[in-house]
Write a protein that binds this ligand. Structure first.
Ligand code: PGA
Length: 232
């Protein structure tokens, strides 16, 4: 009944998500809170390594991350793609090139995420796989700060495509071989943990919301024409 839905589902929901998920999770919390006004939420946004620490410390109900922890016994469910792409300023010389060899990235000043970042780890293992070494000009602990640095002409970087959801006209996504790098967001919690009713409700809500997003292709389509508009 409606009373079950609205009245009985009360309490605290503690979420901890990796930095890329902040571009979507807060937005999805709006409709959820309208459905369940009795649920109060705390949302921690931090990098992969800190999420792991929080999980080991049992500090939250649910976690969102892109890389499944290897040494922890966890329940895992994939719910959305989190592709990594090569970001450059809109007027970058390579912005109009197609099928750029990955080796060409070594000529570009590169902006790297901080140690502990899952994005950084994924980028480094791709570079290792192809035996290339980029020139790291700047290391930054935030996707937003990296975007500002790119827009300011400091260099290029590899970031989740989700970080581009709002302000796309300042950037181009370079068409580099092996990109987009496929990654996935997972909902994760320790296997031994009994989810609260509130956490279970959110878990199911997020799965449904993700399905709708995929159906409407809100996330998977990139408006290329707006991305290149400044350089044309
Ligand atoms: P990060 O997480 O903030 O640790 O880079 C993003 C990811 O792993 O996809």
């Amino acid at each position: 009944t409606v009373a079950d839905l609205k009245g009985l589902k009360q309490g605290q929901l503690r979420l901890a998500v990796i930095t890329t998920a902040k571009y979507i999770i807060p937005r999805l919390l709006g409709p959820f809170c309208q459905l369940y006004p009795g649920i109060d939420i705390s949302l921690q946004v931090t990098n992969h390594e800190r999420i792991l620490e929080r999980m080991i410390g049992n500090m939250d109900d649910l976690y969102i991350m892109s890389q499944v922890p290897e040494h922890l016994d966890v329940h895992v469910e994939a719910f959305l793609e989190n592709p990594l792409v090569v970001f450059a300023p809109a007027n970058h010389p390579l912005a109009q090139e197609k099928n750029i060899p990955i080796e060409k990235l070594v000529d570009q000043p590169f902006i790297m995420r901080e140690p502990g970042s899952g994005t950084r780890r994924a980028v480094q293992s791709l570079f290792e796989e192809h035996g290339i070494k980029v020139k790291v000009k700047l290391e930054l602990g935030s996707n937003e700060a990296i975007k500002q640095a790119i827009a300011g002409g400091l260099g290029i970087s590899i970031l989740s495509r989700h970080t581009l959801l709002t302000d796309s006209s300042e950037f181009s996504i370079l068409d580099v071989q092996h990109f987009p790098m496929k990654r996935t967001w997972y909902m994760v919690y320790p296997s031994g943990k009994q989810l609260s009713i509130v956490a279970r409700t959110y878990y199911e809500y997020l799965l449904e919301a993700a399905k709708k997003i995929v159906e409407h292709e809100v996330i998977t389509s990139v408006p290329q024409q707006t991305l290149h508009s400044k350089s044309e």
